[in-house]
Design a binder for this molecule. Structure first.
Ligand SMILES: C[S@@+](CC[C@H](N)C(=O)[O-])C[C@H]1O[C@@H](n2cnc3c(N)ncnc32)[C@H](O)[C@@H]1O
Length: 530
């Protein structure tokens, strides 16, 4: 049961979390651009303000981590305490893995390197327990995860990706690295209905590879050399025979016990998820179990993949790192589908509650801004912010909010001319923000047809700015409160998915913190085993 300590079941956890989210929906239930239009500052309890406004920079930074002071008003202490108790504790963390050679890393940002290296270590450890050597990568993107899993550990990879251009790039990148039939990317749109097409892709992939995939056959000479170099780097000194057992994964943060998995370097110098005998390929016909994985499976993709996982008998293991919860689609027919979104709430435990009289108002606070909050930065990066960082951030938030207030007051609609609103480089002063905003937004009259030129708008918004500039610090306080609730929001969504998995007879489910959230905010992997 993936619930915080003190809860006996999902229902009691969801019930407390729903009450909390309803009580504090004022913290997140608005687009941040409407901070002033919705008068959010007025909703901060009056007795919280002296305590929050007197925080030092350091204290503001650690508020989302659970910082409280004894002399704060009891209601503020209670808010912080409830945030803390409604977060699911992390069950395992990943030990950092060594750096990879340039040939693999050169296309990847440090963030992406961190993500694929850590997730690959988790997948390998999980597959090791099942003797799995084939991995289905859903929403494979440019294929970085699969390329690393193949190159480093020798897994056979079938990558499914809806975007054909990404499939082409992933295939090209793989050929550059190692032109192997053991890594294949195909265009495929994953949906609850795509089960048959995915099954036949798996079948084709297996047929293509049966008896043809010993390491020496599938890897080019160059790939072998690189792998050899890689494992020499991975194995500590005295590993000439490449047969030294090497621990590469991890410890248990919560109860202190260690789970250490080991891989071996084979005599071709590769780290393997399991030892390979000379007469059986990694991808032999007798071994038909698969692991389904996905790095940053956005929006509905996570839940669609979970449904496919239930259907595909050969897939025994699921390791998904979800992201972009706010991109989940709305239910087409809200009258018959649970809740407002197609895939949230998902579990029967939660759906049952939101249909009860006590929580019939839950669509009003389990809304798009709630999902957006769950998808936001975590407290880890905020913790490092200097006073300058906060100043710059609050200026950007408030200047955008003032622009929105102006549009609201003048009955104008703000429309972006380009995808991004205001560029990051142009936000250190209000004037530079406005210069950029006027180039990037159109002001469209709702009713009044009179036309305002840019300089008039600039002048009028600047006047409004003077009234609100002093509230920049309050914008940082609201952001800190949001960061404090963020962990609850993400825990709540993950627990809903974990409950759903358990309701479908999955034998065990775990949430693993697979990345450093300072580096990559969407750092949790849902691991489910049949
Ligand atoms: C956030 S990206 C992650 C890409 C890759 N896993 C990575 O981490 O670099 C999500 C990917 O999933 C793909 N995707 C989204 N929905 C999908 C679907 N229903 N079927 C297949 N691919 C999908 C997107 O095109 C995108 O490439």
């Amino acid at each position: 049961m993936l619930v915080p300590p003190g809860y006996a079941d999902y229902a009691s956890y969801f019930s407390d979390a729903l009450s909390f989210l309803r009580d504090y929906s004022w913290v997140y239930n608005f687009p941040v651009t409407e901070l002033l239009v919705r008068d959010v500052f007025k909703q901060i309890p009056a007795d919280w303000l002296p305590a929050l406004l007197s925080l030092t920079n350091q204290q503001l930074n650690i508020l989302p981590q659970g910082f409280v002071m004894d002399d704060w008003p009891p209601s503020l202490i209670r808010f912080c305490h409830r945030c803390h108790t409604l977060k699911i504790p992390i069950q395992r963390v990943i030990k950092p893995v060594p750096e990879l050679p340039d040939k693999i890393c050169r296309r990847l940002t440090p963030k992406k390197q961190h993500e694929v290296m850590n997730l690959a270590a988790l997948i390998s450890a999980e597959c090791h327990n099942y003797g799995i050597s084939q991995v289905l990568d859903v929403g494979a993107g440019l294929g970085y995860l699969g390329q690393l899993l193949h190159y480093w550990y020798g897994y056979h990879i079938l990558g499914l990706e809806v975007d054909t251009e990404r499939v082409k790039t992933a295939s090209r990148n793989q050929s550059d690295l190692c032109p192997s039939p053991a890594v294949k990317y195909v265009t495929c749109s994953i949906s609850p209905e795509s089960y048959h097409s995915i099954e036949s892709e798996i079948q084709d992939f297996m047929n293509d590879n049966v008896c043809n995939c010993g390491l020496s056959e599938v890897c080019s000479y160059e790939c072998g050399v690189l792998n050899r170099k890689l494992s020499l780097e991975l194995c500590t000194g005295g590993c000439e025979q490449h047969s030294v057992e090497k621990s590469y994964y991890h410890s248990d943060e919560v109860n202190g016990s260690a789970h250490v998995y080991s891989g071996e370097c084979n005599n071709e110098g590769r780290m393997l998820s399991q030892p390979v005998s000379s007469d059986s390929g990694l991808f032999g016909a007798s071994n038909t179990s698969l692991c389904m994985t996905g790095l940053h499976t956005c929006g509905d993709l996570t839940v669609d993949a979970i449904r496919i996982f239930f259907q595909l008998v050969s897939v025994k293991l699921l390791v998904l790192v979800p992201c972009c919860y706010h991109k989940m689609s709305l239910a087409k027919d809200t009258a018959v589908i649970d809740g407002k979104f197609s895939n949230f709430p998902l579990s029967s435990s939660l759906c049952h509650l939101i249909h009860s009289a006590a929580f019939c108002d839950s669509p009003s606070f389990l809304c798009r801004p709630f999902l957006r909050l769950a998808s936001q930065e975590t407290a880890a990066r905020w913790q490092q912010w200097s006073e300058e960082d906060h100043k710059e951030h609050s200026l950007q938030v408030m200047a955008r909010a003032v622009l929105q207030l102006y549009a609201h007051n003048e009955d104008l609609v703000l429309k972006k001319k380009c995808r991004r609103g205001v560029r990051k480089t142009n936000r250190s002063t209000f004037e530079s923000f406005m210069d950029d905003a006027l180039k990037r937004y159109k002001f469209i009259a709702n009713t009044n047809t009179s036309h305002c030129d840019s300089s008039t708008i600039f002048f009028q918004v600047a006047e409004l700015w003077q009234h609100h500039e002093a509230s920049c610090h309050l914008a940082e306080i609201v952001t800190a409160l949001q960061m404090t609730v963020q962990g609850v929001a993400e825990s709540f969504i993950l627990a809903d998915r974990a409950a759903y998995l358990q309701e479908h007879a999955v034998s065990s489910v775990e949430i693993v913190k697979v990345m450093d959230d300072g580096m990559s905010p969407r750092c949790f992997a849902l691991v489910a085993r049949k």
